[in-house]
Design a protein around this ligand. Structure first.
Ligand SMILES: NC(=O)c1ccc[n+]([C@@H]2O[C@H](COP(=O)([O-])OP(=O)(O)OC[C@H]3O[C@@H](n4cnc5c(N)ncnc54)[C@H](OP(=O)(O)O)[C@@H]3O)[C@@H](O)[C@H]2O)c1
Length: 334
Protein backbone atom coordinates (compact mmCIF):
# COMPACT_ATOMS: atom_id res chain seq x y z
CA UNK A 1 0.00 0.00 0.00
CA UNK A 2 1.01 3.63 -0.47
CA UNK A 3 1.97 5.62 2.64
CA UNK A 4 3.51 9.02 3.43
CA UNK A 5 6.61 8.47 5.51
CA UNK A 6 8.83 10.70 7.65
CA UNK A 7 12.44 9.52 7.35
CA UNK A 8 14.08 12.05 9.68
CA UNK A 9 13.25 14.98 11.94
CA UNK A 10 14.26 18.43 10.68
CA UNK A 11 13.74 21.66 12.63
CA UNK A 12 13.43 23.47 9.29
CA UNK A 13 10.80 20.95 8.02
CA UNK A 14 11.28 18.30 5.34
CA UNK A 15 9.12 16.53 2.78
CA UNK A 16 7.47 13.18 3.43
CA UNK A 17 8.31 10.28 1.11
CA UNK A 18 5.48 8.41 -0.62
CA UNK A 19 6.48 4.76 -0.55
CA UNK A 20 4.97 1.27 -0.86
CA UNK A 21 4.86 -0.66 2.42
CA UNK A 22 2.97 -3.83 3.49
CA UNK A 23 -0.69 -3.52 4.52
CA UNK A 24 -0.71 -3.85 8.35
CA UNK A 25 -2.39 -6.81 10.09
CA UNK A 26 -4.87 -5.80 12.81
CA UNK A 27 -3.72 -7.10 16.20
CA UNK A 28 -5.97 -8.09 19.11
CA UNK A 29 -8.49 -5.32 19.79
CA UNK A 30 -7.66 -3.58 16.50
CA UNK A 31 -9.52 -3.12 13.21
CA UNK A 32 -8.04 -2.74 9.74
CA UNK A 33 -9.40 0.46 8.20
CA UNK A 34 -9.31 1.40 4.53
CA UNK A 35 -8.55 5.11 4.82
CA UNK A 36 -10.85 7.27 2.67
CA UNK A 37 -9.83 10.73 3.91
CA UNK A 38 -7.32 12.11 6.40
CA UNK A 39 -7.15 15.49 8.14
CA UNK A 40 -3.90 17.48 7.89
CA UNK A 41 -3.04 19.47 11.02
CA UNK A 42 -0.40 21.90 12.33
CA UNK A 43 0.53 18.94 14.56
CA UNK A 44 1.84 17.03 11.51
CA UNK A 45 4.31 19.83 10.77
CA UNK A 46 5.28 19.99 14.45
CA UNK A 47 6.06 16.26 14.42
CA UNK A 48 8.23 16.72 11.27
CA UNK A 49 10.13 19.56 12.96
CA UNK A 50 10.71 17.38 16.05
CA UNK A 51 8.75 19.78 18.25
CA UNK A 52 6.70 17.18 20.11
CA UNK A 53 9.48 14.64 20.73
CA UNK A 54 9.37 15.36 24.45
CA UNK A 55 5.71 14.24 24.60
CA UNK A 56 5.69 11.53 21.88
CA UNK A 57 9.17 10.33 20.85
CA UNK A 58 8.26 8.49 17.63
CA UNK A 59 10.91 6.13 16.25
CA UNK A 60 11.66 6.67 12.54
CA UNK A 61 10.80 5.95 9.79
CA UNK A 62 7.23 6.90 10.68
CA UNK A 63 3.98 6.64 8.72
CA UNK A 64 2.47 10.08 9.34
CA UNK A 65 -1.13 11.19 9.82
CA UNK A 66 -3.14 11.80 12.98
CA UNK A 67 -6.82 11.56 12.01
CA UNK A 68 -8.94 9.83 9.41
CA UNK A 69 -12.32 8.70 8.12
CA UNK A 70 -12.46 5.20 6.65
CA UNK A 71 -14.25 1.88 6.30
CA UNK A 72 -13.50 -1.21 8.38
CA UNK A 73 -12.14 -4.02 6.19
CA UNK A 74 -11.12 -6.60 8.78
CA UNK A 75 -11.52 -7.26 12.51
CA UNK A 76 -8.67 -8.31 14.82
CA UNK A 77 -9.18 -10.86 17.60
CA UNK A 78 -11.65 -9.84 20.30
CA UNK A 79 -13.24 -6.92 18.41
CA UNK A 80 -16.95 -6.84 19.18
CA UNK A 81 -17.92 -3.15 19.04
CA UNK A 82 -17.61 -2.80 15.24
CA UNK A 83 -18.38 -4.75 12.03
CA UNK A 84 -16.75 -4.98 8.62
CA UNK A 85 -18.18 -2.16 6.45
CA UNK A 86 -18.70 0.33 9.29
CA UNK A 87 -17.71 3.90 8.36
CA UNK A 88 -15.61 5.11 11.26
CA UNK A 89 -13.35 8.00 12.21
CA UNK A 90 -10.76 8.67 14.85
CA UNK A 91 -7.75 10.45 16.21
CA UNK A 92 -4.95 7.90 15.72
CA UNK A 93 -3.57 6.55 19.02
CA UNK A 94 -0.63 8.65 20.25
CA UNK A 95 1.48 5.51 20.39
CA UNK A 96 0.71 4.52 16.78
CA UNK A 97 -0.21 7.19 14.25
CA UNK A 98 -0.30 6.52 10.48
CA UNK A 99 -3.42 7.90 8.78
CA UNK A 100 -1.57 9.16 5.66
CA UNK A 101 -1.74 5.68 4.14
CA UNK A 102 -4.16 3.49 2.23
CA UNK A 103 -4.75 1.27 5.30
CA UNK A 104 -4.18 1.50 9.05
CA UNK A 105 -4.64 -0.96 11.92
CA UNK A 106 -6.27 0.98 14.78
CA UNK A 107 -7.42 0.09 18.31
CA UNK A 108 -11.21 -0.16 18.48
CA UNK A 109 -11.03 1.96 21.65
CA UNK A 110 -9.86 4.93 19.52
CA UNK A 111 -12.67 5.05 16.95
CA UNK A 112 -16.37 5.81 16.60
CA UNK A 113 -19.00 5.54 13.87
CA UNK A 114 -19.34 8.63 11.67
CA UNK A 115 -22.68 10.51 11.78
CA UNK A 116 -24.45 9.63 8.49
CA UNK A 117 -24.93 13.22 7.36
CA UNK A 118 -21.19 13.99 7.20
CA UNK A 119 -19.31 13.40 3.92
CA UNK A 120 -15.96 11.56 4.10
CA UNK A 121 -14.13 14.89 3.78
CA UNK A 122 -16.23 16.53 6.51
CA UNK A 123 -15.78 13.52 8.79
CA UNK A 124 -11.97 13.76 8.59
CA UNK A 125 -12.21 17.35 9.89
CA UNK A 126 -13.71 16.23 13.16
CA UNK A 127 -11.79 13.79 15.42
CA UNK A 128 -8.57 15.58 16.36
CA UNK A 129 -9.95 19.06 16.82
CA UNK A 130 -13.29 17.98 18.33
CA UNK A 131 -11.50 15.79 20.89
CA UNK A 132 -9.10 18.66 21.61
CA UNK A 133 -12.05 20.94 22.35
CA UNK A 134 -13.73 18.28 24.49
CA UNK A 135 -10.55 17.54 26.45
CA UNK A 136 -9.98 21.28 27.03
CA UNK A 137 -13.58 21.80 28.16
CA UNK A 138 -13.28 18.85 30.56
CA UNK A 139 -10.40 20.70 32.28
CA UNK A 140 -12.32 23.99 32.38
CA UNK A 141 -15.42 22.39 33.93
CA UNK A 142 -17.64 25.17 32.53
CA UNK A 143 -21.18 25.90 33.68
CA UNK A 144 -23.91 26.82 31.19
CA UNK A 145 -24.19 30.57 30.78
CA UNK A 146 -20.47 31.23 31.30
CA UNK A 147 -18.27 32.86 28.66
CA UNK A 148 -15.31 31.42 26.79
CA UNK A 149 -12.78 33.24 24.62
CA UNK A 150 -11.28 31.03 21.88
CA UNK A 151 -8.26 32.68 20.26
CA UNK A 152 -7.80 32.15 16.52
CA UNK A 153 -11.21 30.46 16.24
CA UNK A 154 -11.28 30.91 12.46
CA UNK A 155 -9.08 27.83 11.93
CA UNK A 156 -9.81 24.12 11.94
CA UNK A 157 -9.77 23.97 15.75
CA UNK A 158 -12.32 26.77 16.05
CA UNK A 159 -14.62 25.03 13.57
CA UNK A 160 -15.06 22.27 16.17
CA UNK A 161 -14.46 24.17 19.42
CA UNK A 162 -17.07 26.87 18.74
CA UNK A 163 -20.08 24.56 18.18
CA UNK A 164 -18.96 22.17 20.93
CA UNK A 165 -18.61 25.06 23.40
CA UNK A 166 -22.11 26.19 22.34
CA UNK A 167 -23.41 22.68 23.10
CA UNK A 168 -22.13 23.21 26.70
CA UNK A 169 -24.34 26.33 26.89
CA UNK A 170 -21.41 28.78 26.75
CA UNK A 171 -21.28 32.25 25.27
CA UNK A 172 -18.45 32.11 22.72
CA UNK A 173 -16.17 34.99 21.75
CA UNK A 174 -13.43 34.42 19.21
CA UNK A 175 -11.03 36.32 16.99
CA UNK A 176 -9.51 35.98 13.55
CA UNK A 177 -9.28 37.91 10.31
CA UNK A 178 -12.32 39.72 8.93
CA UNK A 179 -12.74 37.49 5.85
CA UNK A 180 -13.76 34.65 8.19
CA UNK A 181 -16.22 36.64 10.32
CA UNK A 182 -19.44 35.40 8.64
CA UNK A 183 -18.39 31.75 8.63
CA UNK A 184 -17.40 31.83 12.30
CA UNK A 185 -20.63 33.55 13.39
CA UNK A 186 -22.54 30.91 11.40
CA UNK A 187 -20.74 28.25 13.47
CA UNK A 188 -22.44 29.76 16.53
CA UNK A 189 -19.91 32.29 17.86
CA UNK A 190 -21.70 35.08 19.75
CA UNK A 191 -19.05 37.70 19.15
CA UNK A 192 -16.20 38.06 16.67
CA UNK A 193 -13.14 40.28 17.13
CA UNK A 194 -11.14 41.18 14.01
CA UNK A 195 -7.58 40.88 15.27
CA UNK A 196 -6.27 43.28 12.66
CA UNK A 197 -8.47 46.21 13.66
CA UNK A 198 -9.50 45.58 17.28
CA UNK A 199 -7.54 44.64 20.42
CA UNK A 200 -9.48 41.98 22.35
CA UNK A 201 -7.47 42.85 25.48
CA UNK A 202 -9.16 46.25 25.47
CA UNK A 203 -12.58 44.99 24.43
CA UNK A 204 -12.89 42.05 26.87
CA UNK A 205 -12.50 41.46 30.62
CA UNK A 206 -13.52 38.93 33.29
CA UNK A 207 -14.01 36.10 30.79
CA UNK A 208 -14.70 32.78 32.59
CA UNK A 209 -12.51 30.53 30.39
CA UNK A 210 -9.86 30.98 27.70
CA UNK A 211 -8.92 28.41 25.07
CA UNK A 212 -5.56 29.47 23.63
CA UNK A 213 -4.45 28.38 20.15
CA UNK A 214 -1.68 30.95 19.66
CA UNK A 215 0.75 30.30 22.51
CA UNK A 216 3.57 32.40 23.88
CA UNK A 217 2.99 35.69 22.08
CA UNK A 218 -0.68 35.93 23.13
CA UNK A 219 -0.73 34.25 26.55
CA UNK A 220 -0.06 37.37 28.68
CA UNK A 221 -2.96 39.16 26.96
CA UNK A 222 -5.20 36.13 27.30
CA UNK A 223 -4.53 35.93 31.05
CA UNK A 224 -5.34 39.65 31.29
CA UNK A 225 -8.92 39.12 30.05
CA UNK A 226 -9.51 36.01 32.21
CA UNK A 227 -11.45 36.50 35.45
CA UNK A 228 -9.75 36.03 38.83
CA UNK A 229 -9.75 32.26 39.54
CA UNK A 230 -10.48 31.42 35.87
CA UNK A 231 -8.94 28.60 33.85
CA UNK A 232 -6.86 28.98 30.69
CA UNK A 233 -6.23 25.90 28.56
CA UNK A 234 -3.46 26.28 25.99
CA UNK A 235 -2.97 24.15 22.91
CA UNK A 236 0.17 25.97 21.83
CA UNK A 237 1.97 27.20 24.96
CA UNK A 238 4.54 25.21 26.91
CA UNK A 239 3.40 22.03 28.65
CA UNK A 240 3.79 22.33 32.44
CA UNK A 241 4.23 19.99 35.40
CA UNK A 242 0.47 19.48 35.78
CA UNK A 243 0.28 18.28 32.18
CA UNK A 244 3.26 15.95 32.62
CA UNK A 245 1.61 14.29 35.64
CA UNK A 246 -1.78 14.04 33.93
CA UNK A 247 -0.14 12.51 30.82
CA UNK A 248 1.74 9.99 32.96
CA UNK A 249 5.15 11.08 31.63
CA UNK A 250 8.28 9.70 33.35
CA UNK A 251 9.72 11.52 36.37
CA UNK A 252 12.57 13.30 34.53
CA UNK A 253 10.11 14.74 31.97
CA UNK A 254 7.86 15.91 34.80
CA UNK A 255 10.79 17.85 36.22
CA UNK A 256 11.72 19.31 32.81
CA UNK A 257 8.16 20.31 31.94
CA UNK A 258 7.57 21.75 35.40
CA UNK A 259 10.47 24.09 34.68
CA UNK A 260 9.36 24.73 31.07
CA UNK A 261 5.80 25.71 32.05
CA UNK A 262 6.68 27.54 35.28
CA UNK A 263 6.46 30.92 33.56
CA UNK A 264 2.80 30.39 32.73
CA UNK A 265 2.02 28.89 36.14
CA UNK A 266 3.47 32.07 37.68
CA UNK A 267 1.46 34.26 35.28
CA UNK A 268 -1.71 32.38 36.33
CA UNK A 269 -0.94 32.49 40.05
CA UNK A 270 -1.05 36.32 40.10
CA UNK A 271 -4.86 36.30 39.88
CA UNK A 272 -5.37 32.84 41.35
CA UNK A 273 -5.97 31.52 37.81
CA UNK A 274 -4.97 28.06 36.54
CA UNK A 275 -2.88 27.23 33.47
CA UNK A 276 -3.43 23.90 31.68
CA UNK A 277 -1.91 22.43 28.54
CA UNK A 278 -3.67 19.84 26.34
CA UNK A 279 -2.04 17.42 23.94
CA UNK A 280 -5.00 15.71 22.35
CA UNK A 281 -5.12 11.94 22.83
CA UNK A 282 -7.28 9.26 21.22
CA UNK A 283 -10.62 8.60 22.89
CA UNK A 284 -13.31 6.51 21.18
CA UNK A 285 -15.82 7.17 23.99
CA UNK A 286 -15.24 10.93 23.71
CA UNK A 287 -15.69 10.68 19.97
CA UNK A 288 -19.02 8.88 20.43
CA UNK A 289 -20.09 11.87 22.52
CA UNK A 290 -18.89 14.16 19.71
CA UNK A 291 -20.94 12.11 17.20
CA UNK A 292 -24.02 12.55 19.42
CA UNK A 293 -23.47 16.32 19.74
CA UNK A 294 -22.91 16.60 15.98
CA UNK A 295 -25.98 14.52 15.08
CA UNK A 296 -28.25 16.37 17.51
CA UNK A 297 -27.12 19.84 16.40
CA UNK A 298 -26.31 19.00 12.75
CA UNK A 299 -22.97 20.73 13.17
CA UNK A 300 -21.25 21.42 9.86
CA UNK A 301 -17.54 20.79 9.38
CA UNK A 302 -15.47 23.38 7.50
CA UNK A 303 -13.37 21.79 4.73
CA UNK A 304 -10.68 24.13 3.42
CA UNK A 305 -8.78 22.47 0.55
CA UNK A 306 -8.66 18.82 -0.60
CA UNK A 307 -5.40 17.20 -1.82
CA UNK A 308 -4.50 13.65 -2.95
CA UNK A 309 -2.09 11.45 -0.96
CA UNK A 310 0.59 12.16 -3.61
CA UNK A 311 0.16 15.87 -2.87
CA UNK A 312 0.68 15.45 0.88
CA UNK A 313 3.68 17.81 0.97
CA UNK A 314 1.67 20.59 -0.66
CA UNK A 315 -1.09 19.98 1.88
CA UNK A 316 1.44 20.27 4.74
CA UNK A 317 2.82 23.51 3.26
CA UNK A 318 -0.71 24.88 2.98
CA UNK A 319 -1.29 24.15 6.68
CA UNK A 320 2.09 25.68 7.57
CA UNK A 321 1.01 28.95 5.92
CA UNK A 322 -1.26 29.54 8.97
CA UNK A 323 -4.05 30.84 6.73
CA UNK A 324 -7.07 28.68 7.18
CA UNK A 325 -10.75 28.43 6.34
CA UNK A 326 -11.10 25.12 8.16
CA UNK A 327 -9.43 21.74 7.67
CA UNK A 328 -7.03 20.71 4.93
CA UNK A 329 -7.93 17.19 3.80
CA UNK A 330 -6.27 14.32 1.91
CA UNK A 331 -8.65 12.24 -0.26
CA UNK A 332 -6.92 8.85 -0.27
CA UNK A 333 -9.58 6.47 -1.68
CA UNK A 334 -13.16 6.66 -2.98
N1 LIG B 1 -2.20 20.69 21.67
C1 LIG B 1 -3.10 20.04 20.91
O1 LIG B 1 -3.50 18.92 21.20
C2 LIG B 1 -3.64 20.73 19.69
C3 LIG B 1 -4.72 20.18 18.98
C4 LIG B 1 -5.23 20.89 17.90
C5 LIG B 1 -4.66 22.10 17.53
N2 LIG B 1 -3.60 22.58 18.24
C6 LIG B 1 -2.97 23.86 17.89
O2 LIG B 1 -3.95 24.86 17.80
C7 LIG B 1 -3.56 25.80 16.82
C8 LIG B 1 -4.70 26.04 15.86
O3 LIG B 1 -4.93 24.88 15.12
P1 LIG B 1 -5.82 24.94 13.83
O4 LIG B 1 -5.91 23.55 13.31
O5 LIG B 1 -7.07 25.70 14.10
O6 LIG B 1 -4.86 25.82 12.88
P2 LIG B 1 -5.29 26.56 11.55
O7 LIG B 1 -6.43 25.87 10.88
O8 LIG B 1 -4.03 26.82 10.80
O9 LIG B 1 -5.86 27.97 12.07
C9 LIG B 1 -5.08 28.92 12.69
C10 LIG B 1 -5.94 30.19 12.79
O10 LIG B 1 -5.28 31.12 13.64
C11 LIG B 1 -5.68 32.41 13.21
N3 LIG B 1 -4.69 33.40 13.63
C12 LIG B 1 -3.42 33.54 13.24
N4 LIG B 1 -2.84 34.58 13.90
C13 LIG B 1 -3.78 35.10 14.71
C14 LIG B 1 -3.80 36.18 15.65
N5 LIG B 1 -2.75 36.92 15.91
N6 LIG B 1 -4.95 36.40 16.32
C15 LIG B 1 -6.05 35.64 16.10
N7 LIG B 1 -6.10 34.62 15.22
C16 LIG B 1 -4.97 34.36 14.53
C17 LIG B 1 -5.78 32.32 11.71
O11 LIG B 1 -6.79 33.23 11.39
P3 LIG B 1 -7.05 33.92 9.99
O12 LIG B 1 -6.78 32.87 8.91
O13 LIG B 1 -8.48 34.32 10.09
O14 LIG B 1 -6.06 35.05 9.90
C18 LIG B 1 -6.18 30.86 11.46
O15 LIG B 1 -7.55 30.74 11.15
C19 LIG B 1 -2.29 25.28 16.17
O16 LIG B 1 -1.20 25.93 16.74
C20 LIG B 1 -2.28 23.81 16.56
O17 LIG B 1 -0.96 23.30 16.67
C21 LIG B 1 -3.06 21.91 19.28
Amino acid sequence: MKAAILNGYDKNWRELEIRDIPVPEPGAGEVLVKILTAGVNPLDNMIIRGEVKMIVPYPLPLVMGNEFCGVIEKLGAGVSDFSVGDRVYGRMPLSKIGAFAEYAAIAQSAIARVPDYLTDEEAACVPLTALTALQALELMKPAAGETIFISGGTGSLGAMAIPIAKSFGLTVITNGSAANRGRVLALGADRFVDYKTEDYAEALSDVDHVLDTLGDRELPKEFSILKRGGRLVSLRGMPNGEFASRAGLPAYKRVLLKLAGARYDRMAAKKNQRYYFVFVHEDGAGLRRVSEIFSARRIEASVDEVFSLDEVNNALKKVASGKSRGKTILRIAE
